[in-house]
Design a binder for this molecule. Structure first.
Ligand code: MN
Length: 461
């Protein structure tokens, strides 16, 4: 595999940026995730988060601190840069860039000298605005077999997992235009809701009204670095070379609209009203210590076709990212109550790996482009506390019980909030907060930061 553990992952490394040495921080010197920020007096620039600061890479280049790194100055020039430009570098160039940043920021290195307001390297979070990176295309997978089985049991009790599921990573093409940065408001969408008889009666008509079953989906996003030529599939061996890094994604979903529209062509307006991404791209280099074997398929499951398997993928295709979802209602925030945790699971439980997603996506010759977002699908695990959306969390069924216990999707046990409020789905004013982090004995904990969004009331008509 291409991403190896090296001296930049040494848990003893500390930074002269003091806040990066806080054991609780998501952003120690071992992480160094990328982000696009608008800084005072400049356009959008590529930044790197360290402790509670963001480092301006364009300024680092102006100061000559990145001299001698092959490819870096040619690509970035002295102006603002975008993630997709960086992503196109060769792996060796990206690793050299990470090493140089690590050297510049570690304790004992010469601190970067800031002459005045116009010549700053490090910004406080309050002085900058996070912007999402350029995304030309967005694909959403369905890679958790636990999620697919739970949802399938609700929508098709007799037939929860369709026959193709264990042979290929299922996905649909989403909208890149409605992807918003963390913190952006989510307006409850309007849509067609099924007639009460499900549309089978000849007199029945659907309604057009605000969605009543608004949900979140806890997902992880892959950001594509190097693309591939149209007509040239990426092999599973090379697949991870094309991934720049990973972020958190909330694929907001209108379940009532989805149920009525999803057959025969898949999700459409139930998903395309908004998708939130977290500000930071945690690089594949930073994630190297947290790789795990691919999810072990239960006995009896089919082996993937040859183009979807490799030894490296089996041995290290998984990524152990702990993922948590928190919720606050408007009332909870007013009363100063802490967010409640709704679930906690891990990305290592996904049935399909990130390399399999890229290999399958390009197997027909489809071209991925730098900056493209490939979301994983809802990350759910085997237990109730690991379910990554409300559709599953408030559902009373249990497809894994023996014998399977499947209750129609309308029977739901609401979640109780500390204010006494209850939720089957999201209410106006609710804020959903997704967090992600990686931990492993002998390594420094790194985190993804947060992916947030507050639900706003639907427009009047
Ligand atoms: Mn999704």
């Amino acid at each position: 595999m291409a991403y190896e553990i090296d001296e930049t992952h040494d848990p003893k490394l500390e930074s002269w940026v003091e806040s990066a040495n806080d054991p609780e921080t998501d952003f120690p010197i071992q992480n160094l995730p990328m982000c696009i920020v608008r800084v005072p007096g400049a356009d959008e620039v590529l930044g790197v988060r360290i402790g509670d600061k963001v480092l301006n890479i364009a300024k680092l280049i102006s100061a000559g601190s990145l001299q001698g790194l092959p490819g870096i100055e040619e690509i970035f020039g002295l102006t603002s840069v975008a993630v997709y430009e960086f992503g196109q570098l060769e792996l060796a160039q990206r690793s050299a860039f990470r090493r140089r940043l690590s050297e510049l920021l570690r304790t004992g290195a010469e601190p970067l000298v800031e002459r005045d307001e116009e010549w700053r390297f490090l910004y406080d979070l309050g002085d900058i605005e996070f912007v999402r990176h350029e995304i030309s295309d967005y694909t959403d997978f369905y890679a958790s077999a636990f999620h697919a089985t739970n949802v399938g049991s609700m929508f098709r009790p007799d037939n929860p997992l369709l026959p193709n599921y264990k042979h290929m990573p299922i996905a649909y093409h989403g909208r890149a235009s409605s992807i918003v940065p963390s913190g952006a408001e989510i307006v409850r969408p309007w849509g067609q809701l099924a007639p009460t008889d499900g549309g089978v009666g000849s007199e029945s008509r659907p309604t057009h009204e605000p969605c009543k079953m608004l949900d979140y989906e806890l997902e992880v996003g892959l950001v594509i670095g190097r693309g591939n030529e149209l007509g040239s599939p990426v092999s599973i061996q090379d697949a991870e070379d094309h991934i720049l890094g990973m972020c958190l994604v909330n694929d907001w979903s209108a379940r009532d609209m989805q149920k009525w529209e999803y057959q025969p062509l898949g999700p459409f307006l139930a998903k395309s009203f908004a998708t939130t991404v977290s500000p930071y791209i945690v690089t594949m280099e930073a994630l190297a210590p947290f790789r795990t074997p691919a999810y072990e398929r239960p006995a009896g499951d089919p082996r993937p076709l040859p183009y979807l398997q490799s030894d490296a993928n089996r041995e290290r295709g998984g990524v152990d990212i702990t993922l948590e979802v928190y919720l606050t209602s408007a009332d909870m925030r007013k009363r100063g109550l802490s967010p409640v945790r709704l679930s906690k699971g891990s990305f290592k439980d996904m049935y399909w790996t990130i390399a399999q997603m890229v290999a399958h996506h390009t197997s027909n010759g489809c071209n991925l482009q730098p900056g493209d977002l490939l979301a994983s699908g809802t990350v759910s695990g085997p237990t109730r506390g690991e379910r990554g959306c409300l559709l599953e969390l408030t559902w009373d069924g249990d497809p894994f019980a023996n014998p399977p216990r499947v209750v129609p999707g309308t029977q739901r046990t609401p979640i109780e909030l500390p204010t006494g409020e209850t939720r089957k789905f999201l209410a106006d004013g609710d804020e959903v907060i997704i967090k992600g982090y990686c931990e492993r004995e002998g390594f420094r904990r790194i985190g993804f930061g947060e992916c947030r969004g507050v639900v706003k009331a639907a427009r009047d008509s």
